[in-house]
Design a protein. Structure first.
Ligand SMILES: [Zn+2]
Length: 340
């Protein structure tokens, strides 16, 4: 198939594509591919060329329409003071410390220049090394964690959720701080050249946050982020998002990314934003068969997604055959439905 991959994915992220795309809009660190292209820990996390080799393999070998060089969602929280785990092959970076208290967090200063903080300089190197391999031909997607997740990282999720219920005014002030950080982090990635940034906010997922609380307390912050970012950016929220899809759609991101617990047909119907999803990462891609991955991809395509994609970050142990089966499903679907 003769495709201008970059243009195709960027159009799909705006809902303007002639036919759907297939790619991952979330993290893609797969051990199968690490072995295949000899991009191993710790070099894969520290050496930009090795990192880029892994990112590009998801396009060149698996067949995804774009590449995704960033493999975790801790970067904004790290800039704000959280420590992160050491690199290991079969996991992404995780938050190790929750340095703030409900009293101290309000004193937190969000640094002006995210591009120079934490691992952001490394993300620029990841971008540059990836661009060197794909040129302008393939879109390069980035990711940052959202404001609720960053707040949970700084305070500890349980602590933040307690405040969320007991001290709503305080959580409002905390989310003001993390929202500012998310906007700065996402803009830094866009300034580096990333074609799209996904704001992933798993801590805002139902049932951790009730739909009414999401609408009242979190949506205004996500809307501020959506309004501050540009074209091709996404909002991802994990879990059973049916009750909040309308609110997610009102956040003014060009695209939404949803998981397998979401009723994708309904989401496509409700959302003005483009829709990406939702082949199960926790079951099908992780330990299902290739046939199951193929069938689930077809189901998402038949529902009308703009991008058929893994539902969330792809587990490190996901067999590459299951991702390739997604791409085969997409090839069969577009050749049948669009005569390509
Ligand atoms: Zn998710």
């Amino acid at each position: 198939m003769d495709i201008d991959y970059k243009q195709h994915v960027l159009e799909a992220l705006e809902g303007n594509e002639d036919f759907p795309a297939v790619t991952s809009v979330t993290t893609t660190k797969i051990i199968d591919m690490m072995e295949e292209v000899n991009a191993r820990t710790p070099e894969v996390e520290t050496d930009p060329e090795t990192h880029a080799r892994l990112a590009v393999s998801l396009h060149e070998i698996v067949g995804f329409d774009s590449v995704h060089p960033i493999h975790d969602i801790t970067m904004n929280s790290e800039v704000l003071g959280c420590e992160i785990s050491e690199p290991v092959a079969d996991d992404r970076f995780n938050i190790e410390t929750h340095p703030e208290t409900p009293e101290s967090i309000l004193e937190l200063e969000v640094p002006e220049n995210f591009a120079e903080k934490g691992r952001f300089p490394l993300f620029k190197e990841y971008y540059d090394a990836t661009y060197e391999k794909v040129g302008g031909e393939v879109a390069i997607l980035g990711i940052v964690e959202g404001p609720t997740t960053a707040a949970g990282n700084l305070l500890g999720e349980e602590e933040f959720m307690k405040l969320f219920i007991s001290k709503p005014d305080l959580t409002e002030d905390i989310l003001d701080i993390t929202t500012e950080a998310v906007i700065k982090g996402a803009k830094a990635l866009k300034d580096f050249g990333y074609d799209s940034v996904e704001v992933a906010d798993p801590t805002a997922a139902p049932p951790m946050v009730k739909p009414d609380d999401f609408h009242e307390k979190i949506q205004p912050h996500l809307k501020e982020i959506g309004n501050s970012l540009g074209n091709h950016d996404l909002l991802h929220i994990c879990g059973p998002t049916d009750p909040i899809v309308e609110y997610m759609d009102e956040c003014n991101f060009p695209a939404l990314s949803v998981e397998e617990e979401n009723t994708i047909e309904k989401t496509v119907e409700i959302a003005d934003s483009a829709v990406c999803g939702n082949v199960s990462t926790t079951t099908t891609l992780f330990n299902g068969t290739s046939k199951e991955a193929y069938d689930e991809a077809v189901k998402a395509l038949e529902a009308g997604v703009d991008i058929v994609a893994p539902a969330c970050g792809i587990p490190e142990d996901c067999p590459k055959e299951n991702l390739i089966a997604m791409v085969e499903a997409w090839e069969d679907f577009v050749s049948k439905e669009y005569s390509l």
